[in-house]
Design a protein around this ligand. Structure first.
Ligand code: HEC
Ligand code: HEC
Length: 385
């Protein structure tokens, strides 16, 4: 018997790998920034599927009809100060695809989070507006609403804050020009009416970065990745074997747990770590940059594995070119450096077992797309070659 896709991390821990460190990581848990009052904590249960006639849960304001694909039992939590409305989601979608939001008109959010690349950008490390090289690999943003902290190092506590970061930082390159840009976009005839309606603005009231971020975040909360072969219990025999390895011998579920295959915590798996294991000039120290705690050096948030087959290259530094390579590294215990997470050990898997794990990960691809017929078209450049 195998647990169903919606089985909780805790059940998987209790049932399958008791004693492997699963759930015993309270020390690490405390390092995760405290979730906001209603934010989901992916290390806890996502609620079981509501009965068909159930009322919308808290946070989903009446009037917003969530479309939940198979495998997603309940909608993500929604902050009280940014309720979901169809008009806000439509506005956010349009903004997401609009390159005029970047400093030089070269990038939309979608440029780097596009369908072709599983909602990432197919590059080892992102290239921002103005051709600026950025330090990290672009993660998929499917199911991002279920993360309790954003970015590889968890530095943003909410989608709203993350969106401000993306606009100001190297991605969109606006810096101190962000408020002017928000006002400028808000004055465009095609946007003015929508911002006024969605946020109840009065005539002449400027659109702010917070309005833009709120709309983008509402849209992002609708990006739900389900209906995968894993969710539909339609995996190939190889994928079934891979799932058994994943939850058993290979020990992946210790960290890649819960419906999105992430514990939301931060681990040092040895990727991008200098040989001595100590922070050096210019090294990306990950979580330590947020907490300043030495023990957080080189810890990065466990990524979701949903859609992972489409988001090559892998890891926060894009250092693994293929999924097979990434799986081999993880199954081999990560990169051997001092300070590596003790949960990682060489599982001594055969080539056939590695192939089965890859087949399982391929069963996590969701059929959904951001681009839809008649929807807003991307106006930015695709930074990938
Ligand atoms: C130039 C490429 C690029 C552009 C443009 C871009 N992003 Fe990203 N995005 C990234 C990278 C790289 C990261 C990871 C950065 C890190 O962890 O430090 C990221 C991370 C994110 C995350 C966090 C994902 C997670 O799992 O924690 C979200 C959400 C996101 N971006 C949304 C947006 C939005 C909204 C926009 C437009 C305002 C945008 N991005 C524009 C490259 C880009
Ligand atoms: C100790 C916790 C832990 C265990 C155990 C673990 N992972 Fe990971 N995994 C991580 C972290 C953290 C990362 C991100 C590392 C980085 O980029 O620095 C990661 C990254 C990955 C990636 C790359 C994803 C991407 O989007 O870049 C894949 C694929 C992956 N793991 C698969 C596996 C498989 C398969 C197993 C079992 C053989 C496994 N992991 C075991 C924590 C873990």
């Amino acid at each position: 018997m195998r647990p169903v896709a919606t089985t909780t991390a805790r059940f998987l821990c209790a049932g399958l790998i008791a004693g492997a460190g699963c759930g015993g990581a309270s020390e690490r848990e405390e390092k995760t920034p405290p979730p906001t009052a209603k934010a989901p904590d992916e290390t806890k249960d996502r609620a079981p599927a509501p009965p068909a006639d159930a009322k919308a849960p808290d946070g989903a304001k009446p009037g917003f009809a969530w479309k939940l694909p198979a495998g997603i039992a309940s909608p993500p939590a929604v902050p009280a100060d940014n309720p979901m409305t169809p008009a806000k989601v439509a506005l956010g979608e349009k903004l997401f695809f609009d390159a005029r939001l970047s400093v030089d008109g070269s990038r939309s959010c979608y440029s780097c989070h596009n369908d072709r690349c599983g909602n990432a950008d197919c590059l080892p490390k992102a290239v921002g507006a103005g051709g600026k090289p950025l330090p990290r690999n672009t993660p998929t943003i499917w199911n991002v609403a279920f993360r309790s902290s954003l970015y590889w190092d968890g530095r943003a506590p909410s989608l709203e804050k993350q969106a401000i970061g993306a606009l100001k930082g190297g991605n969109m390159g606006l810096g101190a020009g962000l408020p002017d840009k928000a006002a400028e976009i808000g004055r465009l005839p095609e946007y003015a009416g929508a911002f006024a309606e969605v946020f109840g603005l009065e005539a002449g009231q400027a659109v702010t970065p917070e309005h833009v971020a709120a709309a983008l975040s509402a849209y992002e909360r609708t990006l739900l990745c389900g209906d995968t072969a894993f969710d539909r219990k339609a995996m190939t025999p190889a994928a079934e074997r891979g799932w058994r390895l994943f939850t058993g011998k290979a020990g992946c579920i210790t960290c890649h747990s819960g419906p999105d295959l992430t514990d939301g915590r931060f681990h040092n798996v040895g990727i991008g770590v200098p040989p001595g294991g100590k922070p050096t000039e210019g090294a990306d120290t990950g979580r330590m940059r947020v907490t300043k705690a030495a023990e957080d050096a080189f810890r990065f948030r466990t990524p979701t594995l949903r859609n992972v087959a489409k988001t090559a290259p892998y890891f926060h530094d894009g250092s693994a070119a293929t999924l097979e390579q990434a799986v081999r590294i993880m199954a081999g215990g990560g990169r051997p450096v001092p300070g590596r997470d003790p949960l990682l050990v060489d599982r001594k898997l055969s080539d056939a077992e590695i192939a089965d794990l890859v087949a399982f990960l391929e069963s996590l691809s969701c059929p959904g797309k951001l681009e839809r017929p008649g929807g807003p078209r991307d106006t930015g450049k695709d930074p990938a070659p």
